[in-house]
Design a protein around this ligand. Structure first.
Ligand code: NAP
Length: 326
């Protein structure tokens, strides 16, 4: 694959947490970036992008919406690579999962891929999927289980659990693989777990908000176990998946799986004077942890940032941007 100076790539959902970090890294590597946003005039959402090193010379904003047929045609036309990150990530309870999550994820992904199929310049597509499209298929999660890229979430199982975001990501990734195969598109998917670490955008995204709520007076922590990964490693993996010709298939990105009790413990060790929740939200047994294979991620050259460093970077960024003060 082509890399660096002079290469034109498209990033969808540019205002987002992961996309902003990805665009920063692409500009630093001297790519020309066509970034899609829903509203290029919304300065609150785009000004951090316009301030990035190299943005004046090599960043162009384009207006595009996942739900508008053909919306991505002109921006993708002439690009060598496409990073499709745009997809709704719910902040809280969803009223209408079909309209709010599933349609934009699924129809939006196909919309973007249709534009890629129309443009012979596109040599590779990197799809931002999720561990949510990997983990939930009824197979047990326990400390000795090693999840890997062969796992695929089952939408019926997710529906029983009301995991609507997981349904949206699973349907989108599944449809993307089918469309890519039928249309001879070279596609790679990146499947990150819960992403933390420093953020560039001014509005908090859902995953960083989870850490903010813990350090900002929560009385309890959730009885949940999750994988965790640093946003810089996620952005780096997207670029490696595009640049390395032999990259293929899916890449799970998980530094470590940890229960929220462990997250609180790490935060307490890092910041002994702040108030952190010391009770779990329920008195059931803790949700079990599991393992996730790092073999494929390592084949891209990804060396994961330790969770302790990621959490410190997250809290320091929350302080720097005045979301918290201590
Ligand atoms: P984010 O900060 O909430 O960004 C989501 C982006 O999607 C925003 O730019 C948003 O644009 C765009 N978007 C939503 N609906 C759209 C629509 N109808 N048309 C066009 N754009 C639309 O989320 P993120 O955390 O960076 O996540 C980015 C990607 O990574 C998503 O695909 C998500 O599923 C995946 N992911 C995230 C995590 C995580 O922990 N953060 C973990 C695994 C996978 P607006 O600014 O216009 O709303």
């Amino acid at each position: 694959m082509s890399s660096g100076a002079g290469t034109v790539v498209c990033v969808t959902g540019a205002t987002g947490y992961i996309a902003s970090c990805l665009i920063n890294f692409l500009l630093l590597r001297r790519y020309t970036v066509r970034a899609t946003v829903r509203d290029p005039n919304n300065l609150k959402k785009v000004q951090h992008l316009l301030k990035l090193d190299g943005a004046n010379e090599r960043l162009q904003l384009y207006k595009a919406d996942l739900l508008l047929e053909g919306s991505f045609d002109s921006v993708i036309h002439g690009c060598h690579g496409v990073f499709h990150t745009a997809s709704p990530v719910p902040a809280s309870n969803v009223q209408d999962p079909q309209a709010e999550l599933i349609d934009p994820a699924l129809k939006g992904t196909l919309n973007v891929l249709k534009s890629c199929a129309k443009s012979p310049s596109v040599k590779r597509v990197v799809l931002t999927s999720s561990m949510c499209a990997v983990l939930y298929n009824g197979r047990p999660h326990s400390p000795e289980v090693v999840v890997d890229e062969t796992w695929f979430s089952d939408t019926e199982f997710c529906r029983e659990l009301k995991y609507f975001y997981s349904i949206s990501k699973t349907l989108a990734e599944d449809a993307a693989w089918k469309f890519a195969k039928e249309n001879d598109i070279d596609m790679v998917s990146i499947n990150p777990t819960m992403v933390e670490g420093p953020f560039l955008q001014s509005e908090l995204n859902t995953s960083v908000y989870r850490i903010l709520s813990l350090v900002n007076g929560a009385q309890t922590f959730p009885n949940a176990s999750s994988g965790w990964v640093n946003v810089k490693d996620v952005a780096e993996a997207h670029i490696k998946a595009y640049e390395i010709p032999s990259a293929s298939g899916r890449y799970c990105l998980v530094e470590r799986v940890a229960h929220y009790a462990e997250i609180v413990k790490i935060l307490r060790d890092l910041y002994p004077t702040i108030q952190l929740p010391d009770k779990c939200a329920d008195d059931k047994p803790y949700m079990p942890i599991y393992q996730v294979s790092k073999e494929k991620a390592k084949s891209l050259g990804i060396e994961f940032t330790p969770l302790e460093v990621t959490l410190k970077e997250t809290v320091e960024c929350l302080k720097e941007k005045n979301f918290i003060s201590f």
